[in-house]
Design a protein around this ligand. Structure first.
Ligand code: KG4
Ligand code: ZN
Length: 335
């Protein structure tokens, strides 16, 4: 089954053709991120304008690369939320129009759930159920239990800032550029703390003793700010970055261990843009060894892409008449 995926929830305009939810025939992503670096964050109106300019060329591009006739396409899938409303509307309205004009079934896809399906793309071994997934991005940090495709239960997550947001806000305090995650990660890598056991544990890892899967990252920026103000021992940006990264990663890893011990899943699926973080990938793999089979997407499918949208649509194939597909910026992971 060949599904065209369309993704426009934020600053990426993406399209892909995926066969049977797994094999990527063609995939393209245009990102307007470089324009948002100047403003230190995404301006929704700017992102939406770039979406409008890019959507048709990106879709035309993937169909051309796939050497596909429209007749051979079985369905269209599109992210309908969560995300920025202006950006979402571009993908949703395009997909609805194509569904009508090409007479193809239309499958609306939850963006957060789709991130989890990045683990099925090009996979040599398929994840088995039950699975615990951790979706971690700039706007979300959620644990879910997946008993099967389409059976998703929210288990816990951040009560305030998302992990990616914590990277972004603390990076700004250190004078590092947006997005903060890659900047902190690159600076941290230069610091040898990563190869030694001499970490200082400067910053808090809140809620580790709580008996649930909830987390809190909003105190980190205050702790970093206070530390910078008081600092007398002149730690380098690299060391502070390593400390920040360790605090965020340790929290995510500790709660992942808790989730796996409680629900005893066959698979643990890391997902979302922050799953690109090398330190998180290493530490989570190490920590869950022997407890659950750990799946982490190929780095090229951790960022927003449309292959994951088509993959999620294949495994949760529920077409909806195009008239009923409506963008929902505040869609939750369980909907
Ligand atoms: O904006 P966002 O939520 O995109 C979607 O998921 O749609 O995800 C981008 C977030 C930013 O907060 C960024 O700092 C973070 O992901 N991020 C990272 C890394 N790459 C991106 N955080 C840590 N390590 C990375 N390598
Ligand atoms: Zn995303």
């Amino acid at each position: 089954m060949l599904i065209l995926g369309i993704e426009t929830s934020c600053d990426e305009t993406a399209a892909a053709v995926v066969e049977n939810g797994q094999t990527v025939v063609s995939s393209a992503v245009f990102s307007s991120l470089s324009q948002h670096v100047k403003t230190g964050g995404i301006i929704p109106e700017v992102a939406a304008r770039r979406q409008i300019e890019s959507i048709i060329p990106v879709i035309e591009g993937v169909l051309k690369i796939a050497k596909l006739k429209i007749d051979n396409l079985d369905a269209i899938s599109v992210t309908y939320g969560p995300g920025l409303i202006g950006s979402l509307l571009v993908g949703v309205e395009t997909a609805k129009t194509l569904s009508l004009v090409w007479n193809k079934p239309l499958v609306p896809v939850n963006h957060l759930v789709a991130h989890i399906y990045a683990n099925w793309i090009d996979a040599k071994i398929m994840p088995k159920f039950a699975a615990v997934a951790l979706v971690v991005s700039g706007g979300h940090t959620d644990f879910v239990l997946m008993k099967n495709h389409g059976e998703i239960k929210y288990l816990g997550g951040t009560r305030d800032d998302a992990a990616g947001e914590a990277f972004d806000k603390t990076a700004r305090l250190l004078g590092l550029p947006y997005p903060g995650g890659p900047a902190i990660s690159a600076a941290a890598e230069k610091f040898e703390i990563l190869n030694s056991k001499s970490e200082l544990n400067l910053f808090p890892r809140p809620m580790l003793d709580s008996d649930n899967l909830d987390m809190s990252f909003s105190g980190l920026k205050t702790a970093v700010l206070n530390f910078i103000k008081k600092q007398s021992n002149n730690l380098t940006i690299e060391q502070l970055s390593a400390e920040i990264q360790e605090a965020i990663v340790d929290t995510l890893v500790a709660k992942s261990i808790k989730a796996v011990e409680k629900y005893k899943p066959k698979s643990f699926l890391l997902a979302g843009v922050v799953s690109a973080n090398k330190r998180l990938r290493e530490k989570i793999t190490q920590a869950l060894k022997g407890k659950a089979k750990v799946f982490i997407p190929d780095p090229k499918y951790t960022t927003d892409n449309a292959a994951m949208i088509a993959s999620a649509a294949y495994s949760n194939y529920q077409p909806v008449p195009w008239q009923k597909v409506i963008a929902n910026p505040s869609l939750s992971i369980e909907e």
